[in-house]
Design a protein around this ligand. Sequence first.
Ligand SMILES: NC(=O)c1ccc[n+]([C@@H]2O[C@H](COP(=O)([O-])OP(=O)(O)OC[C@H]3O[C@@H](n4cnc5c(N)ncnc54)[C@H](OP(=O)(O)O)[C@@H]3O)[C@@H](O)[C@H]2O)c1
Length: 338
Amino acid sequence: MPQNKQILLVSRPTDEALVSNFKLISSETPALQDGQVLVRHHFLSLDPYMRGRMNDAKSYAAPQALGQTMGGGTVGEVVESKNTQFAIGDKVVGMGGWQEYSVVDADQPGALRKVDTTHIPLSAYLGAVGMPGVTAWYGLVKIIEPKAGETMVVSAATGAVGSAFAALSKARGCRTVGIAGGPAKCKYALEELGFDVCIDYKVHSDATSLSKALKDACPNGIDGYFENVGGMVLDAVLTRMNAFGCIAVCGMIAGYNGAPMPLTYPALILMNRLKVQGFIVSEHMEIWPEALQELGKLVATGRLRARESIAQGIESAPEAFLGLLKGKNFGKQLVKLS
Ligand SMILES: NC(=O)c1ccc[n+]([C@@H]2O[C@H](COP(=O)([O-])OP(=O)(O)OC[C@H]3O[C@@H](n4cnc5c(N)ncnc54)[C@H](OP(=O)(O)O)[C@@H]3O)[C@@H](O)[C@H]2O)c1
């Protein structure tokens, strides 16, 4: 059986996550039992939620256990099979974790899904046609419920979720405004992702300044906001929300390393009669098929061309992950494993 390099979580961060929280080991993959398959991972997905799993804190999901392989989404290829539903060569999506191979009990519901790579690249099943894309779809379609002509705003606009949000929002006839960090990301948002406007939040030192930029970008106010960041960005957006607008709270990455994020004007939620709703995409599995169908069409027809940041080799995963938490990624952050 092949040697398998794996990254374990060996300690928990006190504030900022560090490379020393992780450890690389190598072990032989175990022999397969009946019903199992051996998957060779081509790509590992790195996602902001993994930072929360590193803490031993109350959350919607159990913490990542110490001394165990870090969990995470993977795409790859079946290289050995003792399961009649999976053949060698099948391309599959699963939760293989931060390692080069995984042994999967493929009869477990949801453990492994075969995918078609004829029109959609394998890596896209971890991004635009995977969990991040469905996240954008759920927040926009099921929580914000946009109408054509309304104004939608999304933060972390050029990331895996934000880029899918842009395509979905434009497809519904909405004015779509992104907020992203730096001129290169904003240029890409306009030229490749189809945003009507992209605001570089890094040129604004405070919420008042960002609020002025939002006023110019959203002359009719903001009807729907897809929140990925929190902090100063949320403060600024709140000042421009229309009455009866909606905020889908998807993530608050600015606080994932422990920084406090006080809300400056919470009374605006009352004054503008806003609907503010958080959600976790994995709690809404019933909508995945419909969402994946739309996202798959957008990717296959070139209307969603999401960029990927690809780190090479499992050894690079911790650095790439810490970079994601600081905005060093440009689009969906992946690790290429074979
Ligand atoms: N609720 C759910 O079920 C669910 C599911 C998936 C994802 N999420 C959330 O969705 C958000 C986006 O996820 P993603 O996978 O698409 O990640 P991503 O946008 O590809 O990468 C994270 C981006 O966040 C931005 N960022 C990082 N630190 C920041 C800070 N201090 N202030 C402002 N922006 C910062 C950076 O973009 P800039 O360079 O533009 O700042 C960075 O590139 C995250 O908050 C994530 O936790 C939630």
